[in-house]
Design a protein around this ligand. Structure first.
Ligand code: NAP
Length: 260
């Protein structure tokens, strides 16, 4: 039975993924909130282990990895799924929020990797959950989220090139998925469920490519939009945002585009 560590197992995609993997593997789920982790443990039974860990802190990773070693749970697959999204760009840059996003979405996985690389067996898989926002800011109103996912994506590319004969590094790019993270007032037609996203991760685990995109249709649309001039791209993205995310605040620059 494979041993799989999932960060962000208390909610959304990570929680759904943990439940799907349990019949075939031992899963160690990590998140900050204890109650949803204990509820998940109750649902999944003895093949699921949980730890309340703040992955944005290196000391918490050290404690977790010591705990994994003591429990003889050296993972064959690590899925860096935990992430946060916050609006760190309002009247000005809210740097505390930006730092928190970077600490969680970018440094968090690196703290973990630094401890795992000397510990795990060859051919261990490391999977980063990135976003279509890594290519060009799309639906997120702030600046930190897209930057953190770009940084994570490039870090995984570098790790893949450095360690390709020893370890497996994969990056999964998600478009809009219906989870507690997304705050659509109503959901656009191409939005997928956490169940579909978790199924996609399982297919990626079994496959041999480095990069995966889901939903592919949205990826193709965004790839075409990226070829357009920035101003036109902004205009189209803004109108989609306004249509489906009525609650998100308009930035002054966006108001200009809206008035075109
Ligand atoms: N939903 C989308 O549309 C979408 C699109 C592209 C990419 N993604 C990515 O998919 C991943 C999963 O997101 P989701 O949509 O499933 O969101 P979600 O339901 O909000 O889940 C996020 C998970 O991350 C955990 N987490 C956040 N900060 C943490 C920290 N400091 N330490 C430990 N765990 C932490 C949360 O648990 P606690 O709060 O209990 O700590 C939660 O379990 C994220 O990386 C996200 O960026 C999502």
């Amino acid at each position: 039975m494979k041993k799989i560590l999932i960060t962000g197992a208390s909610s959304g995609i990570g929680r759904t993924l943990a439940k799907k993997l349990i019949p075939y593997s031992q899963v160690w789920g990590v998140a900050r909130r204890k109650e949803p982790l204990l509820a998940l443990k109750k649902e999944c039974g003895r093949n699921l282990f949980v730890s309340s860990v703040d992955i944005s802190k290196e000391s918490a990773w050290k404690k977790l990895v010591n705990n994994l070693k003591r429990s003889n749970f050296i993972p064959d697959i690590v899925i860096f799924n935990a992430g946060i999204n916050d609006d760190d760009l309002k009247e000005n840059i809210i740097l505390e929020k930006t730092k928190k996003i970077m600490d969680t979405n970018f440094y968090g996985p690196l703290y973990g990797l630094r401890l795992f690389l000397p510990l795990v067996k060859p051919q261990t898989q490391f999977i980063a959950i990135s976003s279509f926002s890594a290519f060009r800011r799309n639906f997120s109103p702030g600046l930190g989220y897209a930057a953190s996912k770009s940084a994570l994506t490039l870090a995984f590319e570098s790790l893949h090139h450095k360690y390709k004969s020893k370890f497996i590094f994969k990056t999964i790019f998600f478009g809009p998925i219906k989870t507690p993270m997304t705050k659509f007032a109503k959901y656009p037609p191409l939005v997928k469920t956490a169940d579909e996203a978790a199924e996609f991760i399982i297919k990626a685990i079994e496959s041999t490519k480095s990069n995966y995109y889901f939903p592919r249709s949205v990826y193709y649309i965004l790839s075409i939009l990226r070829l357009m001039p920035m101003s036109l791209h902004e205009k189209i993205m803004l109108s989609v945002r306004q249509r489906y995310k009525d609650s998100s605040p308009l930035l002054p620059s966006h108001r200009i585009f809206r008035n075109f």
